[in-house]
Ligand binder design. Structure first.
Ligand code: NDP
Length: 285
């Protein structure tokens, strides 16, 4: 018989995942703490059983997408007896340590654990732009790949259950650096009544132009040779960076997003990295 998948958590993301599975013809059960959020899925053909216990009991694959892993713990712990010989796929955002802990706990219930990091926003689910990182039980990944691939590209990142979260958080850290920088820039420009949308073409062009410089940073970081290929030495960059902070103050914009890098640049100078590249700040993290 076809395996029965239960999607637990029908927020924006869980709903997008469940709708995608329904479209591919999977037999789907859905559950959400606030039951009304299952209505849309029920209308689309999913089964919503009255309780979480009944849902878990009937499922072969338990796919979770809740706000955080505390919520995952809180719904699964009372029902541990029902988690025998299941495949648990947790697409909830969390830390690598939380993923490893959940993996251990699920394995103790004689079930397989696969952790996932969704690199997409809900409207991207099921499109070519989405990708999802998985780690943990490789057999579980192989067995579930035929339906996981409908969410977007499915990439297996290794048997360490924490790996998907590690890569996910690393990508989000990269993203928040970029988004934070843009929001700070928009605050500066707003002082001169320049709209963020008007600035956008320039910002995108600059981000695109600077992206290839990550290649050199990555090579320097991996070799711990921060001096090779330097075109913009750290002493110069530290001097220039002071102007970023000074401009924010001049315009009465809180420089809070800029200050950590200023501090790291100063620390790097204290360590003698004057002639090195920006990559040297990694030694102060
Ligand atoms: P929502 O805020 O839309 O939904 C949160 C879900 O968690 C709801 O189903 C909510 O249930 C449930 N929940 C919260 N607390 C509990 C609890 N104590 N017990 C049971 N259920 C609980 O969030 P999203 O759907 O957007 O996000 C879900 C996950 O997907 C998160 O881990 C997020 O980081 C990840 N993600 C989201 C992305 C996005 O852009 N939205 C992008 C990539 C990943 P209830 O309806 O009852 O409140």
């Amino acid at each position: 018989r076809q395996q029965r998948i239960a999607v637990l958590g029908l927020g924006a993301m869980g709903t997008a995942l469940a709708l995608t599975l329904l479209k591919t013809g999977e037999q789907l059960m859905v559950w959400n703490r606030t039951a009304a959020k299952a209505d849309e899925l029920r209308n689309a053909g999913a089964t919503a059983l009255p309780s979480l216990a009944e849902t878990l009991d009937a499922a072969d694959v338990v796919l979770l997408c809740l706000v955080n892993n505390e919520a995952v713990h809180s719904i699964l712990k009372p029902h541990r007896a029902l988690l025998q010989h299941k495949m648990v796929i947790n697409l909830t955002n969390g830390t690598p340590g939380q993923a490893r802990q959940l993996a251990g706990w699920v394995q103790q219930q004689n079930s397989q654990y696969l952790d996932g990091g969704i690199m997409a926003i809900p409207p991207m689910i099921g499109t070519e732009h989405a990708f999802v990182l998985y780690s943990g039980d490789e057999a579980a990944f192989k067995a579930s790949e035929p339906f996981l691939m409908h969410f977007g590209k499915a990439r297996f990142m290794g048997a360490d259950a924490g790996n998907a979260a590690l890569y996910d958080i690393s990508l989000l850290s990269t993203m928040y650096g970029m988004m934070g920088g843009f929001i700070h820039a928009a605050a500066l420009l707003r002082r001169s009544a320049i709209q963020a949308t008007a600035f956008l073409p320039l910002a995108k062009a600059w981000i695109a132009a600077m992206t290839p410089s990550l290649d050199l940073l990555a090579t320097q970081i991996d070799s711990a040779d921060y001096q090779s290929g330097v075109t913009s030495n750290l002493a110069m960059q530290a001097a220039g960076y002071e102007n970023l902070v000074a401009t924010a103050r001049e315009l009465n914009i809180d420089p809070i997003l800029l200050l950590p890098m200023e501090r790291l640049l100063q620390k790097s100078l204290e360590k003698g990295y004057h002639a090195a590249d920006l990559s040297a700040v990694i030694e102060s993290l």
